[in-house]
Each structure stands twice: as structure tokens, then as C-alpha cells.
Design a protein around this ligand. Sequence first.
Ligand SMILES: [Mg+2]
Length: 397
Amino acid sequence: MPILQTYANVDPYTGVLTLSKIELIETIILDIPTIRGHVLSMATMRIQTAVLVQIKFSDGSVGIGEGTTIGGLSYGPESPEGIRSAIDTYIAPVLHGRCGNDVNGAIQCIDKSVKGNRIAKSAVECALWDALGKRLAVPVAQLFGGSVTSEMPVAWTLASGNSDTDIAEAQKMIAMRRHNIFKLKIGKRSVREDVAHVGRIKKAIGDEGSIRVDINQAWSLADARWGLKGLQDVGCELVEQPVQARDRMAMAELTSSYEIAVMADEALNGPEDALAVATDKAADVLAVKVAQSGGLKRASEVLAIGQAAGFGLYGGTMLETGLGTAAALQLFSTIETFRWGTELFGPLLLTADILAEPIVYQDFCVKLPVGPGIAAGLDPDKVAFYRRDRERTSIVI
Ligand SMILES: [Mg+2]
């Protein structure tokens, strides 16, 4: 029998991975301050909370994953505390003792025991892929067919809540050659005020950058009709989730009625939604998010539907730390074209990076980290410092 290429955990004669059982699944909640208030239509973020998942296997290998949402429970139905509870109480027990190499089997097993809770599932699944990649000594992208790009355009979100501050921030990003695609978070003020705000920023940066907006579902259909008309007149190129996620008919009307591109975000919770959005022609662009889709595999299915249906693709984020960002990069790097780029800037919004080697941003792009698994290693001191349950020194006066 020919001897196959030898990897750390592969039998050299059969090519079969040695058994590595799932022994321990740990979760840690991290609270990391943002670099400024991040003003959204439904909340203002000053801290981002991430749930870190570490899975330890019988062969000594370890996989890591992240489950993160935006603004506590104001964005969607899962909170950081709920994500942790779902993993600790319901997901970890059904995975204990299973073969770690059987990622698809683990996904099926979790789905039988736990409905919904997509972000929690995504965090665990990511840790399983990470460990499998490490055991095989290949990047996770290789497990999805291999990378076809090593960098992707990356947008920055302007969300200070103030036009002058946003203009200064945009001009600084252009000068640094870090970002020239800007997404403005609007929907908190009146439509008229928001359109004026967007127009001021577009006028200030001119052709040096492009402007998009995210309403995070805040508008009624009537608001959105005025909003989209005004936004395209001031040079905004795309509007993200202007109305409620469940209102696909309104999204379809807006998509067909205006030149400005309409993007679905909160409406997309996996391939089933992507198919429904495609059937109803309820967007021009899909914001594909790993966590919101329910994991890397389901996100890959959203991407497949998006490509087949001719949508423009956009690599979305839940404002994850470098860990979740690295996982998304692994999957997104397997797609030839994200026509609308990505918004994988989460680590840049935080005052600290929990990765030992931060993700690189330069020349308006985010770079795919190189290494096995999701190619991300934790900085243990940072994790210890930002964990919610760390021992704190209190001063008694
Ligand atoms: Mg969005």
C-alpha cells in the first residue's frame, strides 16, 4: 500500500484521520469597548460582547469559534448570554464524546436537539472546522474547496451620529488607504434629516469613496419610498434592509422601483431565506453573514444560492472580533467575486484585538490570514483581561 502524505493526525497507510473525540466545550463571554459610540437605528454600542468557544479533543487538538451579535438583543433574537447558555446547556452535552472529524454529523446532531439559535450553532461549528483544519494542517478554506483570493475590499461603517465627525473619519480612512467604501448607519432620525446627512457626506468625499446606508429595518414602506428616492438623488449607491426583515413584498417593491441597489441583511437567516428572497426578487444584493446564516456550511449554501440566482454578493459581519472575522475570511476567500466587497472590519471597531496576530488591513482591503484552521490564534492575556467573569480589583474607600 502506498504511503500517503503524512499529516499530524492522519494514518500514513490509510489516509484516515485518527479518532479525536470531543472532550470539552468551554464558553467565555468577552466584553471589549468600542473605539467610539456606534450609533445604530436601534441601539448605541459602546461595548461589543463576544462569546468565545473552545473545543478540546482527545488527541490534544483545540478548535476555537466566536458567537457574536450586535447591540445585545436589539438586533436579533439571540443575546450573548443566550448564546452561551444554549451552548453550555444544550449543545455541548449532545456533542460530548462524538468524533470531532465528523463536522456534518455534529451539525445534524445539534439541529436535532436545538431549534434556532443560529449564532450559538455557528460558534460551535466554527470551532469544529478550525480543529479539523488544524488536524489536517490545512486552512478551513481548503475544506470548502480552496481559496481563490487572498484579499477582499473592506468597507468602514460611519456611525458616530454626527455628519462632521463622519466626514472627518471618512477622509482619514481614505488618506490612510484603509477604506474607501463607507456604510452609514441611519434610520434613527427622520428620513429628511437622514437623506441630508448622507448627502453632506457624499458631497464631502466626492469620487474618493462610495456611500451606502444601512437602515436596520427602521423604515415603513412609505418612509422607504421617500428615502430611496432621496438617497439615490444624493449619490448613495446601496440601501441595506430598509424595512422589516419579514416584509419581503415591501423589499420586492423597493427593489423593482428604484435604481439604487437594495440589499437584504436581517432577512437572511440561511439558505431557506436566500431562496425565498430569490423567488420573490426581494433584493439586488445579499449580505452574507456566517453567524446569521447559522455557520460556515449554511453560509456557503447562501453563497451558492446567491450566485445561482445572480445576486450581487456582500460579505457581512456581526462586528465580530478577529476570531469570527478570520472564520468569515476563510469561507469568503473561496468565492471569486464579492461584487459589493465586504464589511469585515469588526476588529478595527474594538479597542483591543484578542488575536495574537491581528488581521491585516491595507490598500482598502482585508487580507486572508495564512495558517491551518481558521488561521487565528488567541492572545491569552487579552482574553483573560476582557472576560466578563474575570476577578476584578475593587477599591474600598
Ligand atoms: Mg446590516
